[in-house]
Design a protein around this ligand. Structure first.
Ligand SMILES: Cc1cc2nc3c(=O)[nH]c(=O)nc-3n(C[C@H](O)[C@H](O)[C@H](O)COP(=O)(O)OP(=O)(O)OC[C@H]3O[C@@H](n4cnc5c(N)ncnc54)[C@H](O)[C@@H]3O)c2cc1C
Length: 392
């Protein structure tokens, strides 16, 4: 069965994760007629509910000199704290320093100074707790502890934030269809035709432009396109988190003793969230799950710093980072969003590869700007930088 919608849309968005939500909101705010298609029955069921839930600049990205990304993320963090106070909250982070810590105190001092400077207001300054004060923090291993650095960042509920952005997009006029799996896209002389499966058959829609925000399926969706965009298959890197029964009061930024990676122990809904890992993933993105060795690795990190804490795991999750193919280790691979298009000058299709929860709004605005040469003239109805976000 095939049903044809006669009135073409301005923009089709594939995927109701945070990036698809951000594109739909930005496009609807710019006055465009937007249809978002999501294969699942509800939004944020994939990567956008399995992140570390940080709205942050990413202190560790300073180590790989991703200064523009950190700067932009910190700007977005400050904006989201204002626009979505019920969804994004400031959080105090602690970085313990031991005799064995690989990162030197002066390196952290320099990194945190730069981070504070880029954050803007002085209230974002960090402080150093000496040995005695540091040792009084609840549960922390005192042997060899030299100091704790404290700084401010922000935390969210990633799935709730995604739902709030989608709610905003809907209020601006965007239409969202769930249970709609995109299976074919034909690029035509002008615009495109797209086919998607629903529980009751195949539907066809036409539009001027399209944004592929399918997260770990971004390459699979590209393969459904005729002709596909010229893009290398990105790497999928699995990251696991454990939800631990015992709550934690503040956030901890820990250096894994096994390999020096950053691991977070975070307050999470009256419990604690411990993560993450980086394991190259091959196979069906739908099958990703936390591996026994990831569980062991994370619990070892917690035990190293908090030997008295309960190891009772009440839930676990794994998500997939989408990283453009490149040389070098996964931990230091760039987290910048990459945009692949069908044309350098006036693209009809933009494919989003990678990115961060924190910068979803900027990602949405960028995609709409890139497509504006092919979109019809419309009158903007709102500015996403001023739209409050509330839980649905
Ligand atoms: C372990 C981990 C920790 C992270 N921590 C942070 C953090 O703390 N802070 C931060 O800023 N960022 C973080 N990130 C990055 C951030 O989570 C991701 O960049 C973001 O969630 C990606 O969102 P997305 O919308 O691109 O993908 P997704 O959330 O995966 O959404 C893609 C959607 O597309 C849909 N889809 C796929 N194929 C089709 C199809 N054929 N038809 C219709 N729909 C389709 C899927 O069902 C899915 O809903 C983390 C990532 C990981 C993996």
């Amino acid at each position: 069965m095939s049903a044809m919608t006669s009135d073409p849309w301005d923009l089709l968005v594939i995927g109701a994760g945070i990036n698809g939500a951000g594109v739909a909101q930005a496009a609807a705010a710019a006055g465009y007629r937007v249809l978002l298609l999501e294969k699942n029955a509800e939004p944020a069921r994939e990567t956008s509910s399995r992140s570390s839930k940080l709205i942050h600049g990413g202190l560790r990205y300073l180590e790989s000199f991703e200064i523009p990304l950190v700067y932009e993320s910190l700007r977005e963090r400050e904006l989201l704290l204002k626009l979505a106070p019920r969804l994004v909250q400031r959080q105090t982070f602690n970085i313990p320093i031991y005799e064995t810590t690989r990162r030197r105190q002066w390196e952290l001092y320099a990194g945190l100074s730069l981070y504070a400077l880029m954050s803007g207001p002085w209230r974002n300054r960090f402080r150093r707790l000496g040995r005695k004060q540091a040792a009084s923090l609840p549960g922390i291993e005192k042997r060899g502890l030299k100091a704790v650095f404290q700084y401010q960042d922000a935390q969210t509920d990633d799935a709730a934030l995604t739902r709030a952005v989608l709610k905003s997009a809907r209020e601006l006029g965007a239409e969202i269809r769930y249970g709609a799996r995109v299976t074919g896209i034909d690029l035509k002389e002008r615009g495109l035709r797209l086919e998607y499966e629903t529980g009751s058959g195949i539907e066809t829609v036409e539009a001027a432009c399209m944004a592929n925000a399918a997260g770990p399926w971004v390459h699979a969706v590209n393969q459904h396109m005729h002709p596909p965009l010229d893009m290398a298959e990105p790497d999928l890197v699995q990251g696991a988190h454990l939800v631990l029964d015992e709550p934690v009061e503040q956030a901890w930024y820990l250096e894994a003793p096994q390999d020096g990676r950053a691991v977070f122990l975070l307050p999470w809904k009256n419990h604690a969230l411990l993560g993450t890992t980086e394991t190259l993933y091959r196979g069906d993105p739908a099958q990703v799950h936390c591996l026994p060795q990831e569980r062991e690795y994370l619990l070892q990190v917690q035990h190293h710093y908090f030997p008295g804490r309960s190891e009772r795991v009440i839930d676990e999750m794994a998500g997939l980072r989408v990283l453009p193919r490149a040389e070098g280790g996964l931990f230091h691979r760039s987290r910048e969003t990459v945009y692949v298009t069908d044309s350098g000058k006036a693209p009809r299709v933009v494919t989003i590869v990678g990115g961060k929860l924190t910068v979803y709004r900027k990602t949405g605005e960028t995609v709409v700007r890139m497509l504006s040469g092919r979109l019809p003239k419309r009158r903007p109805v709102a500015d996403t930088a001023c739209l409050p976000l509330t839980p649905d």
